[in-house]
Design a binder for this molecule. Structure first.
Ligand SMILES: NC(=O)c1ccc[n+]([C@@H]2O[C@H](COP(=O)([O-])OP(=O)(O)OC[C@H]3O[C@@H](n4cnc5c(N)ncnc54)[C@H](OP(=O)(O)O)[C@@H]3O)[C@@H](O)[C@H]2O)c1
Length: 139
């Protein structure tokens, strides 16, 4: 598993299980990588556009950001999918149980009271530590 992030987040992504690391601020992943089985894209735009070419023929691109370019996928001989989370009560219950059991470790970057929801939303574009931004419904 190869992760792309800023240099300051290398230890964090290696702790999550990345075997190799690439600093996207100083290196272009598409200059160095090829023949990959799967790309998970959490960035979109031109980063997504450069992702088709690093897959092996028959590889799979999953993007969280926008519907993929089917023509680009076909040219590269890969499958591309837009993955979008749909909240589901049973799955959320399972996930909550995994957190309670210690099998899943959520990473929380920041918490805000619900009344500061606007500030929480606006913080998303700014540099921040890795992890989720959480709104506290009950203080
Ligand atoms: N489809 C869905 O259901 C769904 C669900 C959740 C989120 N999303 C969307 O997914 C996107 C990402 O959310 P997230 O919370 O996963 O963000 P995130 O935690 O910031 O993850 C993005 C990752 O990509 C790295 N990165 C940033 N710029 C890059 C570049 N140019 N090249 C290569 N790697 C780069 C980041 O590294 P550094 O931070 O170290 O720079 C970080 O590791 C957002 O647009 C969000 O709205 C979609």
């Amino acid at each position: 598993m190869i992760a792309t992030a800023r240099a300051e987040n290398e230890a964090f992504v290696r702790d999550l299980g990345a075997a190799e690391f690439l600093d996207h601020t100083s290196r272009r992943f598409d200059d160095e990588l090829s023949g990959l089985d799967v790309v998970l894209d959490a960035v979109g735009g031109e980063t997504l556009a450069r992702s088709y070419g690093v897959l092996r023929p028959g590889g799979r691109l999953v993007t969280l950001v926008a519907p993929p370019d089917e023509a680009a996928a076909e040219r590269s001989g890969v499958q591309a999918t837009f993955f979008i989370v749909r909240p589901d009560h049973d799955e959320l219950t399972t996930i909550a149980r995994m957190v309670d059991d210690g099998r899943l470790r959520p990473v929380v970057a920041a918490t805000y009271p619900l009344s500061e929801g606007r500030a929480a939303f606006e913080s998303i574009g700014a540099p921040r530590p890795p992890g989720k931004t959480v709104l506290l419904v009950r203080p």
